[in-house]
Design a protein around this ligand. Sequence first.
Ligand code: HEC
Ligand code: HEC
Ligand code: HEC
Length: 451
Amino acid sequence: MSTHENLQTTAGATPPKRSRIGRWIAIFVALVICGIAGFAAFAWRPSIPEVPTPAASSFPPELVARGQRVAAAGFCASCHTIAGGKPLAGGYAMKTGFGTIYSTNISPDRENGIGAWSEDAFLRAMHEGVARDGSHLFPAFPYDHFTKINDEDVRALYAYIMTRPPQSVPNHPNEMPFPFGIRALQAGWKLLFFHEGRFVPTAGKSVEWNRGAYLTEALSHCSACHTPRGLLGAELESRLYDGAPVDGWFAPALNASNTTPVPWTSEELYSYLTAGVSEYHGSAAGPMAPVVHELGELSPDDLHALVSYVESIGNGDAQIAQVGPAVKAALKANADDLGRIHDRDGRLFVTACASCHYNGNRINPSRPDLGLNSAVSVDDPSNLIHVILFGISARDGAPGIVMPSFARGLSDQDVASIANYLRTTRTSKASWPDLDKKVAQIRAERSVASK
Ligand code: HEC
Ligand code: HEC
Ligand code: HEC
């Protein structure tokens, strides 16, 4: 009886603490399991079956030719071909805050490339960032832009790629610390930052402007380099075209916050983007050089359309009245150098640079005026340091024209002095801090990269 009573009492009383905690843990574990299962279901994408590699002759030549232009406008080769490597065989290392991602082999090789991909699998990869086997791709592959490419252009790209020679080059594994390498987690990134959908023309804008917007935003993904990114690596929509660091260089703003004294007019943009150099703004060097090489494949109409749109980002044509005074101020700064010949930095600059960069009372379009060049006015000194240390090859900037390298002739302190001299005599902006350390860093990085 007492036993019975005891039992009843126990059953009727509040359960001991341990079992209450146990129940909470069970609920928590169940929630976690449901969460993981739910996320896994959400992240899951089906694999698309392999197909026999389509014969090159199955694609109409016009479609292949169109695909070649689309590929050039999308810079596929810049990322999918390494210097001295086989075309489209991948292996290009992209350093991100989450590790190093290597571009893949997208030649039609069945084993290492995308030779077994159907057109549908290719469309899905370009529009949704999902590989044929259903795994999520990392946004180092700019599918956040390519999603806007229309189906006909993606089909043309497929035709172009499938008619290239297959390259049996194995893919380089990515180097990403846990958990960044988990592809399923990309589904979460997509939920936060990715808007799937084709390009929609803006009503009220000209056909040319809309064509330019399509080229710039969908294919050429100019903002991928020229827009700052947030902590999770997505472009900050609120800071579109504000300028951003890229591969140790700085891609200047293309909007009204561009720091160069002469506006980016249609004429300047056309010359810069087609010839690699413009009268007032200088050369396309560093990561911008391959962009100009690839744009060379576009038709003149497309180039004009691109320029029409990019000009509208900064409204350069409306500010054309600034050109005269800016040029006058820059020429005056050049003339004033002669009066600073007793100052060590001024003398260093005149000796090393002015022999080429001084042209009396007019601008020499193939030797950029340094008072007008963005390398001197942007808040990041990297571009100027790169150019002084390593010059500009005959292939980059103006074709066939070289800016010599000073890496062997000037110490880090000398380069810093020249940069500082230009910054203080050509702009009214704050001087760059820790310049000599920055020079040493860029010198070390480039010499490691070239080994
Ligand atoms: C900014 C560099 C960059 C550009 C430009 C670029 N890609 Fe890629 N691409 C990558 C990287 C990196 C990957 C690998 C992503 C990953 O592993 O998740 C990739 C992956 C791919 C894949 C998936 C391949 C596979 O095996 O899963 C395809 C297809 C592809 N790219 C096609 C293209 C095409 C077509 C173009 C031009 C229109 C292009 N890419 C331009 C960087 C780039
Ligand atoms: C791979 C990264 C990358 C891409 C893609 C890219 N740019 Fe650039 N861009 C740069 C860098 C870096 C510079 C600075 C080059 C220099 O100092 O010579 C630059 C410079 C420029 C400049 C000169 C700005 C100034 O004030 O000096 C313009 C204009 C420009 N880019 C336009 C474009 C357009 C238009 C596109 C798309 C068609 C584009 N860029 C795509 C990296 C890029
Ligand atoms: C032998 C002639 C020569 C000398 C000396 C020279 N440069 Fe240049 N520089 C050029 C030429 C030519 C270009 C344009 C190259 C091109 O477009 O391919 C250029 C381009 C530049 C640019 C423009 C880069 C851009 O991205 O727009 C800067 C900045 C520059 N030089 C700075 C300097 C500085 C600083 C010195 C002195 C340390 C110097 N240069 C010495 C010939 C020279």
